[in-house]
Design a protein around this ligand. Sequence first.
Ligand SMILES: N[C@@H](CCC(=O)N[C@@H](CS)C(=O)NCC(=O)O)C(=O)O
Length: 193
Amino acid sequence: MVVDLYYAPASPPCRTVLLAAKAIGVDLNLKELDLRKGEHTTPEYLKLNPQHTIPTIVDNGYSLSESRAIITYLQNKYGKNDSLYPKDPKQRGLVDQRLYFDAASLYPSFVNHYFLDTFLENSEFVAGNQLTLADLSLVATVSTIEVFNHDLSPFKNITRWFSKVKQVAPGYDEVNDKPLDGFRKIASGLTKK
Ligand SMILES: N[C@@H](CCC(=O)N[C@@H](CS)C(=O)NCC(=O)O)C(=O)O
């Protein structure tokens, strides 16, 4: 039985499916879509997945989207043993918790870095060329992310904006940077482990 996968090579949730398929040992018939050309919004594709996202699989007429639903389906149907997705309720509960954590928290926050970087593409601050309340709110979050050793350097606009806000936000050192010392201690403990 051949399972079709509609995908794009660089898409993180598509790579999740590709990795899981290799580990499970299921062959996929790869059908690459070019999102820039709108190949995911054709009437044919919308019939398979009205949400027009990739990845989507089609297994003998059964279509399924959402990467984590796809990988658990592939495992349930084609898995040779249950080590990747244990049947024991408590062990499976833990795997599901991590999958939902990725879906609901980790991946969206990563994607939102890009939105923030895009907001800063053509302006010095997040809502134009002057400091606003939005910068002050976002910098409290971003500075905390940084303290927890998250590398922000790939996000060039965020990095530029962050050092600018540090310079111009009144009282930044006193009310935002110094109080982060407590988190710095926690973060350095996490790094040492
Ligand atoms: N939660 C979904 C996310 C899928 C998703 O957002 N895929 C992006 C590519 S990485 C996409 O299809 N974007 C096009 C669109 O939403 O129209 C999953 O894990 O499968």
